[in-house]
Design a protein around this ligand. Structure first.
Ligand code: R5P
Length: 288
């Protein structure tokens, strides 16, 4: 087995290669003056007859998709025995259905492309798991929530874990199991045309320390609004753990000024809050 890093995942690819004890190939990435990508595997003679794992986080969505397509061509041409795409953050998963007529199902068409080019696709906490049905090759999903929960476990007193909505309640359950505490989801209630209340469906947060768990924190709007309301309801502290810290623009500032005491993310792609590595989760999924 050999590991090939994508431009976004050089550190993660190194960590995975060390854990597995296999060779990490040298690659070259450039951009042509007109913006097109150029990639090259420098250790190309090492590819023949190997099971190749290409690790490429897709945070810079469009470039990462093109890089993955180009890389599959190199690896197939150089005689790889099998090619696995490991996309710790898989792009376009949020357009997993038509929300309006005339839209594409973006991840469905990309799944079709990946199924032609790769023998297996691995990812971590995709936004929706039903996207598995779009793939014609094995599509393996893991979760990094337990790793996040282990990291925060000793930082919380009298904790409760909350998900921002019902969709992520399974992530809250997973974290609560590690922390050994209660969990719930936040419910939005419209009080008047201009007023909403966000509160846990069943639990009271008064004098408790809260961990909000979500798959993605993007603009930070969801969690910042929830945090303000939880503090008003008497929570002692609010921490945030997310698998994919997309954190667009001033998202981190928005979170801290809303009252969040700490934001913890993983290294599905590098970010200022990537304090927990998904390296071991990826190794488990590769070895499955
Ligand atoms: C939504 O279903 C996701 O799980 C996240 O809650 C959402 O993407 C967060 O977005 P934002 O940070 O922009 O509020």
């Amino acid at each position: 087995m050999i590991i090939v890093p994508g431009i976004n995942s050089q550190e993660l690819a190194y960590r995975v290669s060390k854990l597995i004890g296999c060779k990490l190939l040298r690659t070259e990435f450039k951009r042509f003056p007109d913006g097109e990508l150029y990639i090259r595997v420098l250790d190309n003679e090492a590819i023949k007859d190997e099971d190749v794992i290409f690790i490429q986080s897709q945070r810079n969505q469009n470039d990462a998709v093109v890089e993955s397509i180009l890389m599959s061509d190199i690896l197939r041409d150089e005689g790889a025995k099998s090619i696995t795409l490991v996309a710790p953050y898989l792009a376009y998963t949020r357009q997993d259905k038509k929300f309006n007529p005339g839209e594409p199902i973006s991840i469905r068409v990309l799944a079709k492309v990946y199924s032609q080019l790769f023998d297996k696709v691995i990812t971590i906490n995709p936004h929706e798991t039903h996207i598995k049905s779009f793939f014609e090759v094995p599509f393996i999903c893991g979760s990094a929530v337990k790793e996040l929960a282990r990291y925060v476990k000793d930082k919380l007193n009298n904790p409760v874990v909350l998900s921002p909505d019902t969709g992520a309640v399974e992530l809250a359950r997973e974290a609560a199991e590690v922390i050994n505490c209660e969990y719930d989801y936040l419910e939005k209630t419209r009080i008047s045309p201009t007023e909403i209340r966000i509160a846990p469906k069943n639990l009271d947060v008064k004098n408790r320390e809260v961990l909000i768990v979500d798959d993605i924190v993007s603009t930070g709007g969801t969690v910042a609004t929830a945090t303000k309301m939880l503090m008003e309801q008497g929570a002692d502290k609010v921490m945030v753990a997310c698998v994919h810290p997309v954190l667009i623009g001033d998202a981190l500032n928005k979170l801290y000024t809303s009252g969040v005491s700490e934001v913890i993310g993983t290294d599905t792609f590098p970010s200022p809050v990537s304090k927990v590595s998904v390296d071991k989760v990826i190794v488990e999924l590769i070895e499955k």
